[in-house]
Design a protein around this ligand. Sequence first.
Ligand code: 13P
Length: 250
Amino acid sequence: MSERRALVAANWKMHGSRASNAAWLSEFIAARDGLTCEAVVCAPYVYLQQLRDQLTVGQVGAQDVAANTAGAFTGDVSAEMLRDCGCDWVIVGHSERRQWHHETDQIVALKAERALQAGLRPLVCVGETLQQREAGETMAVLSAQLAAILHRIGVEGLLRGGLAYEPVWAIGTGRTATAQQAQEVHAALRAQVQQGASGSANALRIVYGGSVKPANARELFAQPDIDGGLIGGASLVAGDFLAICAAASV
Ligand code: 13P
């Protein structure tokens, strides 16, 4: 980590209930005061109001946003609507959206733009599959994903949110990228951003996601270009999420 303030985001994915969220939130709120990292909780749409009522400004995130602004798009939720309901952040381009909802690099970039237009902070995800890694295509894949984002929102836009590196093979598998593997990718992503805007890439937060747990968080976050984490499974347990936030608060 560096002088950049660490960012740790919980991605609950499709988990939770009003009752279990309430228990999680009271445990989190009781213990969050000592944290110096920025902590964000990304919940399913229907629970954002519950989060808004409990958390402080800056801590509420959605997991997706529509690529359109308004209209006949049944089931979609616009960036304006999220902002209207007090949402601060939104994850865009998660590999589960790319994979199961066929979101292309262009759609992801458009969603990031919509988020910015509405005043939301996009946490943009990039990541390679196991097949791509084994074929030696990791950096080519990531570079194309990042280029599409930069093309649409520029470095300035990305700086208003953040970038998340989530190797698909490490998500929910218990198989984490080593700190060295992750650092290598983060440094390369930062270098690519740097090409577009000298100087400002230093301010960009690049967080790592993929089986981050209390036991491995500290080593990952100790890397110079890893500025926090995007946490799936471990974020469902308030105590584990708090421990990961604590690892980012040193
Ligand atoms: P896990 O932490 O469960 O591997 O999930 C990572 C992730 O996809 C966060 O967005």
